[in-house]
Design a protein around this ligand. Structure first.
Ligand code: DON
Length: 307
């Protein structure tokens, strides 16, 4: 006999499958041409049992969903105080790729927007680490959250690099304000490699349940983040992870979450489960339309709102 959970997930996806609203991201060629019909969900328990439905083995680039994990790695490397000196923790209320810095401190407002994420990327490794070294630190680091070796889709990275005017502008702004001293083009390229790491919803659900379980990967048992760093990552994700929709998301859905322009969304129920969805069409905030609707539905029907 089948367990009722996969049936519940199948039925949930079936209800949202006909929704064709939103558009694929258009500024990264491989995302513009991704199959917009793909739809998937995975829920992982804290002991690594995964419940899936839909295209759960389909691979897509992690994009901005890498940001909380890389923030965690930078916090482990540098300590909280050192990282806070470079990047704040206040919601920006702006789009993810806004050219903005905190007026008082001159820092990027938080590590979830591109300005903050590129600064966090620049912290990784020894000072002056090469592009290749930093890229490997990121790939290996994200793999520890996923519990398997992840790889980089160089076609996605090359396509984004060719169109990276906005991120190059942000990185040059950061360099000109002495937020970091690395070559801006190298930081952008490394950050783009970070965004081009490929995952499935199963990977994302395990990564999310690592955060849900206090930083312990449910598959490998590795303590990837210390409890204090894990708490910091989740708190910043909860307040800033959905950019200029963060307030709406937390009040309506109430699950700390992170979106990416590839169409993935993952959510963390601390002490309970990791949840991940995939569907490429996006709303104006850069969040998957069907993903957000499925999260809302799960939150309502399973009473997952953390309040
Ligand atoms: O930097 C960018 O614009 C992309 N590589 C990632 C942006 C992203 O995923 C925003 N999230 N919804």
């Amino acid at each position: 006999m089948r367990s009722p959970i996969p049936d519940f997930l199948d039925e949930t996806l079936d209800r949202f499958r006909p929704d064709r609203s939103g558009e694929n991201a258009d500024y990264i060629p491989d995302l513009a041409s991704a199959d917009p019909e793909k739809l998937a969900i995975c829920i992982s328990t804290l002991d690594g049992v995964e419940y899936t439905s839909g295209d759960a083995d389909y691979e897509f680039s992690i994009q901005s969903m890498s940001k909380p994990f890389i923030y965690g790695l930078a916090l482990e490397q540098e300590g909280l105080a050192g990282v806070l000196e470079m990047v704040g923790v206040e919601p920006s209320g702006e789009k993810f790729n806004e050219l903005s810095l905190d007026k008082k401190s001159g820092r990027p407002l938080n590590p979830m927007i591109n300005a903050g994420a590129m600064t966090i990327h620049s912290i990784l490794g020894d000072p002056g680490a090469s592009l290749a070294e930093r890229t490997e630190i990121v790939r290996a680091g994200l793999s520890r959250f996923a519990g398997r070796e992840l790889s980089i889709d160089e076609s996605v990275a090359d396509g984004e690099w060719r169109e990276a005017y906005r991120n190059v502008a942000i990185a040059n702004m950061l360099r000109s304000y002495d937020i970091f001293y690395d070559d801006p083009d190298e930081v952008v390229r490394g950050y783009i490699e970070q965004c081009a790491i490929t995952v499935t919803v199963k990977d994302l659900a395990i990564m999310a349940s690592t955060l849900a379980g206090g930083g312990i990967n449910p598959l490998t048992g590795e303590q990837v983040l210390s409890p204090r760093v894990n708490r910091q990552v989740l708190a910043v994700m909860m307040t800033c992870g959905m950019y200029d929709a963060a307030g709406d998301w937390m009040t309506e859905i109430g699950i700390p979450a992170k979106s990416g322009v590839s169409g993935g969304v993952f959510g963390v129920m601390p002490g309970q489960v990791g949840i991940a969805t995939f569907s490429p069409r996006l709303d104006r905030h850069g969040t998957s339309v069907r993903g957000a609707k499925i999260f809302q539905d799960l939150s309502d029907r399973l009473s997952l709102h953390i309040m």
